[in-house]
Structure formats: structure tokens, C-alpha cells
Design a protein. Structure first.
Length: 164
């Protein structure tokens, strides 16, 4: 696989950041033959190499949950599918308002959007996790957001490689 082929296939796995996929390739440690986990390792290394301010910028590049209904242009095709699979595009008015209020409170507290690997989750699970994570310490929540990004990356890679 060439660099261009790699980027065509995996460049959109990072939320609106194909440059990070390019960094993974350029480091020379991408193991496509090892499947999703091999590519995932290289992607996670890139994330962990980001300086704190660059990581915050990256986290802020993620959409708010339920942005599909309020700002659909903010969602990548991957995010649209993931949020749709979790039923976030079909919330009733009360649940939608609750989700927007909680995500706003979360962003205000931590300085980046609530990030959760929502694929296959139910809205109630997502709301419960969001409410619980609002009580985390800032450093703990930043670490949890990064773990969630890592999970999202793995799920997207598995999807692209037919391993899901």
C-alpha cells in the first residue's frame, strides 16, 4: 500500500484530521497487515505524541453529540453513522434538550466536547455516562476523553477493514 492509498482509506479516521493519519504513516510504524489493531497502534502513538495544547485542539475538533440535529454540517460521515446507530438523531424534544444542556455544561467545565464511543450504545447509556463524567476531575476526564478517542479510532478502523 502506498502513502496515498493509505490516506485515501484511513485519512478520515481521525475526526477532520487527515494530517494525523499522515503522521502515523510517515513514522513508518503502520502495520496494515496486522489489521485494525496494527494500524490502531500507530494512530494511538500519534495521539500520545501530541503536546497538551495540540491535544486540546484535536479534542475540540470533535462534534458535540446530537450535532446532527442542530448543526448537521459539523458531522463527518463517520460521526453521522455512529450517532445514528446510537439513536441520537431520533431523540424526543425533552431528551434532546437534556443532551444539549449536559453537553454544554460539560464543554464549559472541561473546555472540550464530551467524547464517547457511542456506536451501538443506547441514548440512556450515553446520558448516564455524560452525567457521571461531569463529576470527574479535569485530568481524569481528559484521560477518559483520550481513551474514548482511541476506542472510536479502533471501531472506525475495524469498519474500514471489514473486521467489525
Amino acid at each position: 500500500m502506498t502513502r496515498d492509498e493509505f490516506l485515501a482509506r484511513f485519512g478520515s479516521v481521525f475526526e477532520n484530521r487527515p494530517d494525523l493519519a499522515a503522521q502515523a504513516w510517515d513514522r513508518g510504524q503502520v502495520d496494515v497487515a496486522a489489521g485494525a489493531k496494527g494500524v490502531h497502534r500507530a494512530f494511538v502513538e500519534v495521539l500520545h505524541a501530541l503536546p497538551p495544547d495540540a491535544l486540546t485542539t484535536f479534542l475540540n475538533g470533535h462534534p458535540d453529540l446530537a450535532a446532527r440535529s442542530t448543526r448537521p454540517g459539523d458531522l463527518t460521515p463517520d460521526s453521522q453513522r455512529e450517532q445514528g446507530s446510537a439513536g441520537l438523531d431520533g431523540l424526543d424534544t425533552d431528551a434532546g434538550t437534556r443532551l444539549r444542556n449536559l453537553t454544554s455544561a460539560y464543554r464549559g467545565r472541561f473546555g472540550f466536547p464530551f467524547i464517547m464511543a457511542v456506536k451501538g450504545k443506547q441514548p440512556a447509556e450515553i446520558l448516564t455516562a455524560l452525567e457521571a463524567r461531569l463529576h470527574n476531575q479535569a485530568a481524569d476526564e481528559r484521560a477518559e476523553a483520550l481513551r474514548q478517542v482511541e476506542r472510536i479510532l479502533l471501531l472506525r478502523l475495524e469498519d474500514r477493514l471489514g473486521e467489525a
